[in-house]
Every structure is written in C-alpha cells, then in structure tokens.
Ligand binder design. Structure first.
Ligand SMILES: C[S@@+](CC[C@H](N)C(=O)[O-])C[C@H]1O[C@@H](n2cnc3c(N)ncnc32)[C@H](O)[C@@H]1O
Length: 194
C-alpha cells in the first residue's frame, strides 16, 4: 500500500512527520499480532494516520476510528470514504459510551492526553474488548523525547509518560492484565489482555 495516498493536506506537517515513523509503527503492530478479520477500534484516531497500517494487517476486518475532535473526524472520513469496512465516529472515549466489542483496541499517541487514564482503560477493556481481546497503548518515540515535547508544547497540566515498568505496575495494581511492557530510545508500548 502507498501510505502517501492518505496524506492529509490540512494537517500535512503532522502526516509528513509520521511518515518517518513507518518502521516503528509496523514493528509495534507486528507485536500486537492483529489477525485477519479482527474487529479493531482506533481510539483518538486523529486524521486516521494509523488506519492504512492496521488495514494492511487485516484488509477484510472492520476498523472503527473514534476521536473527540470534529475536525479530525471530518478529515478522516473524507480520506477513507472509498474504503469498505472503515468507519469513524465523533466520540470522547472518557465520557461517551462506545458501542460494540472489538478484538483489538489501539491508543496510538493518545494515552498522555487522557485525564482519567486508568478508569478509561478499564472501561474500554470491560465494555469494548472481546474475550481474549488485546489493548495496545503505544508511542513511536521514546518516553524522553515525548516528555520533552510535552514540556515544550503542551499545557502544564498534561501528564508525562511514566517509566514503562511504573506504568505497568499501576495497571496491575488496578487489576488489569499487562501482557507486555517495553520501551527503548525509539518506542514505548504496553499490551493489555482481557
Ligand atoms: C496526537 S493525536 C494522535 C492521532 C493518531 N492516533 C495518530 O497516531 O496519528 C491525539 C488524538 O487523540 C484525540 N483525543 C484526545 N483525547 C481524546 C478523548 N478523550 N477521546 C477521543 N479522542 C481523544 C485528539 O483529538 C487527537 O486527535
């Protein structure tokens, strides 16, 4: 698939930056073992940048992208209007009820933006993850570089990423099943299991 066909002229800087992340995105999605026909929820989909990568793993499966930004959802809908089995919904994952169950739930470059992190992840796992389903929290950059970015560009209140083992332990203490937790100088991800 030619990923550049999905570049969005309205957020071109963001999309071009993300092209640099292709190898890292592919590596992380490979770890997440998406199966053909998996039903997938992309939380905080933005302009749907991740969708072509996910679609490549399961061209026949359904993919639903949700985002709380009307503008982002409009762009995503326009970009993917000719592709079957891909739908988008305007929704705030923290307060709206998300309908349906999914084999895989993905939060890509979204986790620090959630206000109620643990309760939101718990809610998604309990209400929206199918039996034996998995949830991925991932960043195609290191904790250090993301936290430096947050410090420079985001409101003071935006929480930073925690050390991966500290985050894993917080999830475990909340009764969640963390299958894998990994970070290095290029990526950061956790995989949670229902
Ligand atoms: C940094 S962008 C990442 C977009 C996309 N996942 C990607 O990797 O290109 C974060 C997105 O999360 C969305 N977002 C933040 N909080 C959200 C929430 N509570 N519910 C739904 N979307 C949310 C934002 O509107 C934004 O589009």
């Amino acid at each position: 698939m030619d990923y550049t066909q999905f570049l969005d002229p309205n957020s071109i800087n963001m999309d071009y930056t993300r092209i640099m992340d292709i190898c890292k995105i592919s590596y992380i999605l490979d770890r997440f073992s998406i199966k053909e026909n998996d039903k997938i929820l992309d939380v905080g989909t933005g302009t749907g940048m991740l969708i072509p990568f996910v679609h490549q793993h399961n061209p026949k499966g359904n993919i639903k992208g949700i985002d709380k930004s009307k503008h982002m959802i409009q762009i995503a809908k326009e970009k993917f209007k000719n592709i079957e089995n891909i739908e988008f919904q305007l929704a705030d994952v923290e307060c709206d009820t998300i309908k349906g169950t999914f084999d895989k739930i993905i939060l890509f470059s979204v986790f620090p933006l959630l206000e109620n992190k643990i309760s939101t992840i718990k809610k998604l796992i309990e209400n929206n993850l199918s039996d034996d389903g998995k949830l991925l929290i991932a960043h195609p950059e290191s904790r250090k570089s993301l936290n430096a970015y947050i410090q420079t560009h985001s409101p003071l209140s935006t929480p930073k990423l925690l050390d991966i083992y500290q985050q894993r332990n917080i999830f475990r203490q909340a009764g969640l099943d963390v299958e894998e937790a990994f970070e290095n100088d290029r990526i950061y991800y956790l995989i949670l299991h229902k």
